[in-house]
Ligand binder design. Structure first.
Ligand SMILES: Cc1cc2nc3c(=O)[nH]c(=O)nc-3n(C[C@H](O)[C@H](O)[C@H](O)COP(=O)(O)OP(=O)(O)OC[C@H]3O[C@@H](n4cnc5c(N)ncnc54)[C@H](O)[C@@H]3O)c2cc1C
Length: 393
């Protein structure tokens, strides 16, 4: 037990993974979350082989295998249903050493929180300000009973794309940028999903200025998302029927999935990402991770996976080299990789969301022509990652 203390700001996937990783390395962790409670909200999430390896490293692989839905294939279709790519998932698995999973976000949260002392989780605490000097960092929170300051040897800033802590320590940083599209998400419950007989295949369908994706997740449920290119702040009507009408003519099971989704579970979020590179992921004793450090667009399905990698790397580098050298190593290891992923995701999103008919035709033709082995190799940039060695291994 090192006796070192860490404050983690944000109980999203990044913050909870950091809590798990540091706790396993002997740290006393305290997690602060602005929400009044950790509630089972959100939709599904895909966990790619790189993040599966990271979760294995944290001793969570068995839990993931028990609670997640292993995916048998990845496929791409066009809006009338023509399949342009279908790759059996075991080909990624044999090359990159781990399968693909998809599960409800609430299930992933449950997995990450198991083993975290409930007394270490402080909900209803919104971080307002942070200071850091050579040996410690102090965060000031707004809580229901007033403001409160806490000091620790290390602060992990995992407060998401709109990070207040990033603004405090990088006041000149331009902040998030709108990606040009909004995403609707839904969950079809098991009793309605059964009749659809969907195999566990991560599937994405491309249109013009619109995309649809779905996957069977844990406990017989189905997760779907629908992306639409719209101007920033457009706020389209929050209505499943209107959404289904805009995707009318798209292949089955898309209409059936809209019809089977309970309207009160429909979610919509405009997509924001960090366009400019953050000058550093570390300031004094503060480490930024996940979307707070490098929010990427969801186009390569890697935002949460990268946050999980960050957390594993942070704990391992500190364990190996001590806090200050470990933080430097964390910065050196994580910035180039996440910057590459952000660039790839942004470019891909531009192509996938195109409204231009000629550009869409080129895209669809290219996807049909690309051989599977090439796509599998291209995915290596994301999936080939392996956890650094450290005491958590
Ligand atoms: C439509 C969509 C689909 C996606 N699908 C995938 C996928 O399949 N696979 C994948 O890997 N990634 C996916 N992503 C990306 C992924 O969701 C994010 O990258 C990931 O959730 C980031 O986790 P995080 O912990 O860094 O941030 P967040 O999840 O944003 O968590 C931040 C937490 O900090 C809290 N917080 C914020 N400010 C404060 C404050 N001041 N004080 C205290 N607490 C604060 C928030 O309430 C929140 O709980 C998707 C994203 C979108 C939009």
């Amino acid at each position: 037990m090192s006796g070192k203390t860490a404050i983690i700001v944000g109980a999203g996937i990044g913050g909870l993974t950091a809590a798990r990783a540091l706790q396993r390395a002997g740290w006393h962790v305290a997690v602060y979350e602005q929400a009044p409670a950790i509630e089972p909200v959100g939709a599904g999430v895909g966990i790619a082989p790189n993040a599966v390896k990271a979760l294995d490293h944290l001793g969570l692989g068995e839990g993931l295998r028990d609670s997640g839905q292993r995916q048998h294939a990845l496929e791409i279709r066009l809006r009338k249903g023509r399949r342009v790519t279908h790759i059996p998932a075991e080909r990624f698995e044999s090359r990159y050493g781990a399968p693909f999973y998809a599960l409800h976000r609430a299930e992933l949260h449950r997995l990450l929180m198991a083993g975290l002392d409930p007394a270490a989780l402080h909900t209803g605490h919104r971080a307002l300000q942070i200071t850091s000097d050579a040996g410690a960092a102090t965060v000031t929170f707004q809580a229901s009973h007033g403001t409160r300051s806490e000091t620790a040897d290390l602060v992990v800033a995992a407060d998401g794309v709109g990070s207040v802590l990033r603004t405090a320590l990088f006041p000149d940083y331009p902040g998030p940028r709108y990606a040009g599209y909004t995403v609707w998400r839904g969950i079809v419950p098991a009793d309605r999903a059964e009749a659809l007989g969907m195999p566990p295949v991560l599937s994405e369908t491309w249109g013009r200025g619109a995309r649809f994706g779905c996957a069977a997740i844990n406990d017989g449920q189905i997760y779907w998302f629908a992306c639409e290119s719209v101007p920033e702040h457009a706020a389209p009507k929050h209505d499943l029927d209107a959404l289904a009408a805009r995707f009318s003519g798209w292949h089955e099971p898309i209409p059936a999935l809209f019809a089977a989704t309970p309207p009160d579970t429909l979610l919509r979020h405009d997509v924001y990402y960090l366009h400019a590179r953050l000058p550093g992921f570390v300031r004094g004793r503060v480490a930024f991770l996940g979307d707070a450090a490098h929010a990427v667009t969801p186009d390569i399905g890697q935002g949460a996976c990268l946050a999980i990698e960050d957390a594993v790397t942070l704990a391992a580098t500190i364990e190996d080299a001590g806090i200050d050298a470990g933080l430097r190593a964390y910065d050196t290891l994580r910035r180039p990789r996440t910057e590459r992923m952000a660039r790839t995701s942004g470019r891909l999103g531009h192509i996938l969301q195109t409204r231009n008919p000629a550009a869409a035709l080129v895209r669809d033709t290219a996807a049909s022509a690309l051989p599977g082995p090439l796509l599998i190799r291209a995915a290596g940039a994301a999936f080939a990652w392996t956890p650094p060695m450290g005491a958590t291994s």
